[in-house]
Design a protein around this ligand. Structure first.
Ligand code: MN
Length: 350
């Protein structure tokens, strides 16, 4: 294990084992929180943590802010997922007869990134555990492991699981089953753009290599997550690319997808996966933005090639993410007005 991972991974592994003992003694349950607008990394890391907590004898669930996207159904994680309702958040917090006693966030550290119901549940406990690779301010504590130098939350979770297997004296293949290996692979390939982004490091490939050995089939994971499209998804994706505008001397690529386009192609809200990346990859483009109008709100996906800071840009609209990939959601705006505003805001940087 690389030097820089040892302290954080060991500390989290010990904390997880301590909390396991506490939870078992009071017969409690753990909830693991991903961020909203779920992706392969938050779902993969949350499912891996919940699955390993169960292996360690604790009732654990991934508290989902929304339905699992269809392209992740191949992971076969339904039995790990819990969908909290508003009534649940105000009730006695019993999950299959066990009281919710441990909050654990992955791939995000702040309640407001988790959706309304999950935010309420997460903020009930001020001793939540947290594994995250986003830049965060003022949130460091002994209970958190935050490493913006890591490619993904899944890479960090992998090294924690290696430490857990060492501490409990079991082979890592017992702690990390085939499904968990696929979940972790899903997060690593998502956040590294299949090992092409600059966050891909030797330790990322080392983790992925070990996960392949444990059944994390990279071909299956990549096909299902990125390449497989329904005919409807293929059509709307092609139309969004075809109609994309190149502005600001070709440095900004912008795709605007209003609600009627989803109706025209009979496509679901997750149908535009990969479009922001395709637009960013066009020669001369520095910043790409995909705006999609869904159920009266507008979701934006931002990508950049090198200097443009998507995370900073997304924060102007209440969103967040990383320098090269970020997003936000706004309500009550006209999609074309917002597109115009984004062009003029981006012109200040490009
Ligand atoms: Mn991530």
């Amino acid at each position: 294990m690389k030097e820089r991972y040892i302290e954080g991974a060991t500390r989290m592994a010990k904390l997880i084992l301590e909390r396991r003992d506490e939870l078992k003694s009071k017969d409690g349950a753990a909830l693991v929180f991903p961020h909203s607008s779920v992706d392969g990394d938050c779902v993969g890391s949350a499912c891996a943590v919940a699955s390993v907590l169960r292996f360690l004898g604790v009732s654990a669930w991934v508290s989902m802010p929304e339905e699992l996207p269809d392209n992740m159904s191949f992971l076969g994680v339904e039995d790990l997922l819990f969908y909290p309702t508003e009534e649940f958040t105000c009730g006695d917090l019993l999950i299959n007869g066990k009281h919710y006693d441990l909050a654990f966030s992955v791939d995000c550290s702040e309640g407001h990134r988790m959706g309304d119901n999950n935010c309420k549940l997460f903020e009930l406990y001020d001793d939540a555990l947290d594994i995250d690779h986003h830049e965060v301010l003022h949130l460091s504590s002994d209970l958190k492991w935050i490493d913006p130098g890591s490619s993904s939350a899944c890479e960090m979770v992998w090294y924690v699981l290696v430490k857990i297997s060492e501490l409990i004296g079991k082979p890592v293949s017992e702690v990390v089953d085939v499904r968990t290996a696929k979940c972790l692979m899903a997060g690593i390939v998502t956040d590294t753009g299949r090992f092409t982004y600059t966050n891909t490091k030797p330790e990322t490939l080392e983790a992925a290599g070990a996960l392949m050995d444990l059944g994390g089939n990279i071909t299956e994971v990549c096909y299902n997550l990125f390449d497989m499209k329904t005919p409807e998804e293929f059509s709307i994706t092609s139309a969004a690319c075809y109609e994309a505008r190149f502005c600001l001397d070709g440095k900004l690529a912008l795709a605007v997808v209003p609600e009627q386009m989803f109706r025209k192609y009979n496509a679901g809200k997750d149908a535009l996966a990969g479009v922001a990346e395709k637009l960013r990859d066009v020669g001369g483009v520095e910043f790409s933005c995909v705006l999609r109008e869904i159920d009266g709100s507008i979701r934006a996906n931002l990508r950049s090639k090198s200097e443009f800071d998507c995370s900073e840009f997304a924060e102007k609209y209440g969103g967040g993410g990383h320098k090269r990939a970020a997003g936000f959601r706004v309500t009550g705006r006209d999609i074309n007005d917002l597109a115009g505003e984004i062009i003029s805001e981006a012109s200040k940087y490009l």
